[in-house]
Write a protein that binds this ligand. Structure first.
Ligand code: ADP
Length: 225
């Protein structure tokens, strides 16, 4: 995983704000270091001269070191920062909410009522044993409601996104990884599951939900601390 750098870095008594290019260079050094200035320039399709000031700033920040004939490498300071990043140490277990669930044979109408009563954007569909079967979002329900069918009779299992296409998280996963999943897959919520394997068969018991709202709460808590 790439080190996602905070764009502000404390170097001695100075606060340096990295540019997008400097952040990109730091990522390249993180992945490919030790690497020479020429090799970095080649990867970025720029001249070595164009990178001189960026490399100087990164070296000054002490996140990057440089050795003659070896190249640029990330320092222990970068590695420690990455390890100690609060988003890596925080776990989904610290942030998730209780799940809002319905059964597959519940009607679209019932699901819409649940959405309002529970004030959520996503409902998970589970079996009698609480095993994950699918997910329904606001827009899935809106689409069904506009479809002209009898929503009292239409079961949610017909309109849900179903397993194995559901993106999941677990309480042990870092908040950063779960947040990356939300962004990458463009969904608002992940079911938090307990993974159960019996006789080589894996099932996912729904124990919570991890949403963009959980992330916002966490962000505000951290900022107010
Ligand atoms: P909305 O479409 O209401 O803005 P989402 O962006 O969360 O809400 O959902 C987009 C689509 O992805 C919907 O069709 C929904 O069924 C599906 N979906 C929602 N959550 C997940 C998930 N965790 N994994 C996979 N698909 C999901």
């Amino acid at each position: 995983m790439l080190y996602s750098v905070s764009i502000f870095c404390l170097a001695g008594d100075f606060i340096i704000q990295f540019t997008t290019r400097q952040t990109k260079i730091l990522e390249i050094i993180q992945v490919s270091g030790p690497i020479t200035g020429n090799q970095i320039a080649e990867k970025l399709q720029l001249s070595r001269a164009a990178l001189r000031s960026d490399l100087a700033i990164l070296t000054m920040s002490e996140l990057v070191g440089a050795k003659p004939r070896v190249g640029y490498y990330v320092t222990d300071q970068t590695i420690n920062k990455q390890k100690n990043s609060v988003f890596n140490t925080l776990l989904v277990a610290d942030a998730y909410s209780r799940p809002i669930i319905v059964r597959g044979n519940s009607s679209v109408y019932e699901a819409i009522v649940t959405l309002f009563i529970e004030d959520v954007g996503t409902i998970f569909v589970v079996s009698e044993d609480n095993l994950l079967e699918g997910a329904i979002s606001r827009k899935d329900l809106l689409k069904a409601a506009m479809g002209g069918k009898n929503n009292n009779e239409l079961p949610v299992s017909i309109i849900m996104t179903r397993m194995p296409n559901i993106i999941l998280t677990t309480p042990e996963e870092s908040v950063l990884v779960a947040a990356q999943k939300l962004l990458r897959h463009q969904v608002d919520a992940l079911p938090v599951v307990k993974i159960i394997t019996v006789d080589n068969q894996t099932t996912f018991q729904v124990i919570g939900r991890f949403t963009k709202t959980n992330l916002t709460h966490l962000f505000v808590q951290l900022a107010e601390k």
